[in-house]
Design a protein. Structure first.
Lengths: 254, 181
């Protein structure tokens, strides 16, 4: 298990996305609890931005400016041309040229198979993107110095724990639940935001834990800029409630 | 008052405010001010003018569509755009799915990047630092930052242990930071 000093060595690579998957995940867990490392990541990002700016100089072609203004004026969605680097050139295999009919049949069959594969890949990619996007949101919340952090502990027992990270400007709450107790199948846990202005608790997402009692949830409040005094968790019927049902099972420490 | 300043004297916050008000000319002003940075970074990463131009279009269009993605209170546009351009170009280079890079967190720096002169100075200074680095440090930083290689890939390519790669990159960045301290 890495110690703080070892994690500190990884910060520069992390700041530019050059850590591979596992090292990145381990470091992000560390960042969740280490303010010093979070601040260093912020400073490194600034250093890297300067490095990026060292490439300033070459001017884009004249037409680019007009192309941009045209796209904006017509309000078109510029389809991302996503010009990937061209693949290596391949010649046509000989048999394709020499046997057109057979080739056509084979091609049709191959295309059919490829279509299915493409569809499956697209579905997998969509799921992956969702997971990646979720992971990215968690990461951004973890390293954002302005996010409000709170650890919720069981009101009556330990050691189950819930961490909440609230990004007020985005109206996003990240919840990381750890070793919570199981609850009946017809119930869910529900997170509440307790507004600083003393207003009613706001629903902030329902969640169910996995077999280890863990859960990561990202909830979009739908409203931004709400000052939060605290967060709390209750147990509610499946689907959640509009107002919390007592007792509060998780509340901020102290 | 920001609204009465000549466009080339308006600060980032004023330009973004005009953007939010859907002032298309603000986009032209932003382009004139920052296209050199965005295009330069993209070209550095991709080495292809057409691809770099596509990145340029994408980044500015995204900014037009979501000006609220940039928080003028917490950072400056120049470094923010530079990093977004780099990330988008790396995604393209490494054939990764397009991420929503415009949601990049603000970059807060004490360096003056608000005006043309300040930016020019900063670019000269950082170029000087990078040129002055020991070659293995500069190479490691370039591979990670401008080529998007992971630390494992760099280690494999150079034959150097992971720890050495990490140290070289940290030293390079430390030199940059010292130069601007």
């Amino acid at each position: 298990m890495k110690d703080h000093a070892q994690f500190a060595e990884d910060l520069a690579l992390y700041a530019m996305g050059a850590l591979d998957e596992q090292a990145r995940r381990e470091l992000e867990t560390h960042l969740g609890t280490c303010g010093e490392c979070r601040r260093e990541v912020e400073a490194l990002r600034a250093d890297l931005a300067l490095v990026a700016m060292s490439a300033t100089g070459p001017q884009p072609p004249q037409r680019s400016r007009q192309r941009l203004m045209d796209a904006i004026a017509t309000g078109q969605r510029e389809e991302s041309k996503v010009r990937t680097m061209p693949p290596p050139q391949r010649g046509w295999p000989r048999w394709l040229i020499l046997a057109p009919v057979a080739a056509a049949l084979v091609l049709a069959a191959v295309c059919g198979v490829l279509m299915v594969q493409v569809q499956r890949l697209q579905q997998a990619l969509a799921v992956e993107r969702q997971n990646s996007e979720q992971a990215r949101q968690v990461v951004r919340a973890l390293i954002d110095p302005a996010a409000q952090r709170m650890t919720l502990v069981a009101a009556t027992r330990r050691p189950p724990r819930i961490k909440t990270i609230y990004e007020k400007k985005k109206g996003l709450v990240v919840l990381i639940a750890d070793s919570l107790d199981p609850i009946p199948d017809d119930k869910v846990y529900q997170l509440w935001l307790l507004p600083a202005n003393g207003g009613d608790p706001m629903p902030a997402g329902t969640f169910s834990i996995d077999s280890s009692g863990n859960k990561v949830m990202i909830h979009n409040l739908g409203s931004m800029g709400i000052d939060a005094k605290a967060f709390a968790v209750t147990v509610e019927p499946t689907g959640g409630s509009k107002t919390p049902t007592m007792p509060i099972v998780y509340a901020p420490e102290g | 008052m920001a609204g009465t300043q000549a466009p080339n004297q308006q600060d980032d916050a004023a330009l973004i405010a005009r953007l939010r008000a859907r002032d298309e000319h603000a986009m032209a002003d932003l382009y004139d001010r920052y296209s050199g940075i965005v295009y330069g970074v993209a070209l550095r990463v991709l080495g292809d003018t057409t691809a770099a131009e596509d990145v340029l279009q994408e980044v500015f269009l995204q900014l037009w569509r979501r000006p609220q993605a940039f928080d003028a209170d917490r950072g400056k546009l120049a470094p923010w755009l530079a990093v977004i351009a780099r990330n988008r170009a790396i995604d393209l280079l490494r054939r990764r799915p397009a991420e929503d890079d415009i949601s990049e967190l603000p970059i807060s720096t004490g360096v003056n990047l608000e005006d043309t002169a300040g930016r020019r100075l900063a670019v000269e200074k950082v170029r000087g630092v990078l040129t002055g680095l020991p070659q293995e440090q500069r190479k490691a930083l370039e591979m990670a930052f401008f080529e998007g290689m992971t630390h494992t890939e760099i280690s494999a390519k150079t034959g150097e242990p992971l720890g050495t790669i990490k140290t070289r990159i940290r030293s390079a960045l430390s030199a940059v930071r010292k130069a601007f301290a």
